[in-house]
Design a protein around this ligand. Structure first.
Ligand code: HSE
Length: 428
């Protein structure tokens, strides 16, 4: 057997301790599969004395992750600190400068700085691997970079924030409003320290931008992911979407269109019977479509100690085996800068409006849609509430810009009593 592969682990939270546990519990299995023993030389975290439920006394301790990254007895720097700036970025840069391969679970770091970090690493023949950064335990990066490497990727989709999926499915199953379920999620410890990372779609948007880079050979472009969170989704929309055979998901979609790269992370309606529609609780799903393979669906835990550590270890094993893949599946300097196309692909939309109950109200709304070239597919009016009535419309395919014009046009009709909710229906 060749020399051991020696890790330095920066960050001993949920993921870091999960990594330590797998290395301690599966030493023989990892060695057999890698052809090398995998050892931990040193670890680093904010507080040394804390009981983390794993034995750490065999490893050297560094208070500073930068010092950990520079140690001579570390071959691979495992960054599981988190955050796009500060210690995570500094220590990753230090690891590259010290000629170490890097394994990271940090989606924010790579979404914002992945291009320059990958170029710096690759210029020295080093690796940055990040299976754990996207959809936790689901091997989505491996599927794209290796399993589907012979395909032109046509579309990437995913529910990649378990907290949002938990909130949306719990709202539906318990009939509870957003605010109540948000507080439940907070009490259960599901929310990030900054909850907007979850419910604002940012965390999932980071993940989508990384998948896009691999799928389309483009530079990571998080700035052009159209982001819309789930904070405005009401229990009425969830109920009424269900009534029409749909579920609302925070869905990421990336596709290359004639007008450029479209990347969206937003609430969408999907058929309740589809795999995405069936996805319950905190689970993630990644859907990949290629010209030869067709569609594949990957489903599993998107967060948590075991699943995320499982993904970190798969990268470590790849390095131990000598599987030296470029960060984004092709050299970072060969990635193209894509033109960003905002919601270029037409889609049907769900509209929920509150109409004033007077003769001709519906006709006025229908005229605005008709004048904008938007055709109605289905329509329902529910019981009157005092002087207004909720009306649901499902349109045929239209562009977002035509829809936005129609939404503006509604205000001039004098019959629309509240802002209209418009949610895209994604063909999945
Ligand atoms: N907060 C994320 C989620 C996990 O709820 O899926 C880390 O990206």
């Amino acid at each position: 057997m060749t020399t051991p592969l020696r890790l330095g682990i920066a960050g001993l939270g949920t993921v870091g301790t999960g990594v330590v546990r797998i290395i301690q519990n599966h030493a023989g299995l990892l060695a057999a599969r890698s052809g090398r023993t995998i050892t931990i030389s040193a670890v680093s975290a904010r507080s040394k004395g804390k009981d983390r439920g794993v034995k750490l006394d065999a490893y050297a301790w560094e208070d500073d992750p930068v010092a950990l990254a520079q140690r001579d007895d570390v071959d691979v720097f495992v960054e599981v600190i988190g955050g796009s700036e500060g210690p995570a970025k500094l220590s990753t840069e230090a690891a590259i400068a010290a000629s170490k391969d890097v394994v990271t679970a940090n989606k924010a770091l790579l979404a914002l700085h992945g291009q320059e970090l990958a170029e710096a690493a690759e210029a020295q023949g080093l690796l940055i691997r990040f299976e754990a950064a996207v959809a936790g335990g689901i091997p989505a990066i491996k599927a794209l970079t290796e399993g589907l490497a012979g395909n032109e990727i046509t579309r990437v989709m995913g529910v990649m924030n378990g907290t949002c999926n938990y909130i949306l499915t719990r709202m539906e199953s318990a009939g509870l409003p957003y605010e109540t379920v948000f507080e439940e999620a907070r009490a259960l410890g599901y929310l990030e320290a900054d909850p907007n990372l979850d419910v604002g779609g940012i965390d999932a948007g980071h993940k989508l931008s990384l998948l896009s880079a691999i799928a389309f050979g483009t530079r990571v472009d998080f700035a052009n992911v159209e982001l819309e969170g789930i904070g405005a989704i009401s229990i009425e929309d969830i109920r009424q979407a269900a009534d029409m055979g749909f579920r609302i998901k925070l869905l990421g979609v990336a596709q290359m269109t004639g007008r450029g790269l479209e990347q969206r992370m937003s609430p969408c309606l999907v058929p309740a019977s589809s795999p995405l529609g069936q996805l319950q609780g905190g689970t993630n799903m990644v859907v990949l479509e290629g010209d030869s393979v067709g569609q594949i669906v990957l489903r599993g835990a998107g967060a948590g100690s075991g699943p995320t550590a499982s993904a970190v270890i798969s990268d470590v094993i790849d390095i131990a085996r000598g599987n030296r893949l470029s960060t984004f599946g092709q050299p970072a300097r060969t990635l193209r800068a894509a033109r960003a196309a905002k919601a270029a692909v037409p889609a049907p939309y769900y509209l929920r409006m509150q109409l004033i109950d007077k003769p001709g109200a519906l006709a006025k709304v229908a005229r605005v849609l008709g004048d904008g070239g938007i055709s109605i597919d289905r329509m329902r009016q529910y019981g009157h509430e005092d002087t207004t009535a909720p009306v649901l419309i499902v349109t045929h395919k239209t562009t977002r810009s035509a829809l936005d014009e129609a939404l503006e046009g509604f205000s001039a009709t004098g019959v629309v009593a509240a802002p209209t909710v418009a949610i895209r229906i994604e063909a999945v």
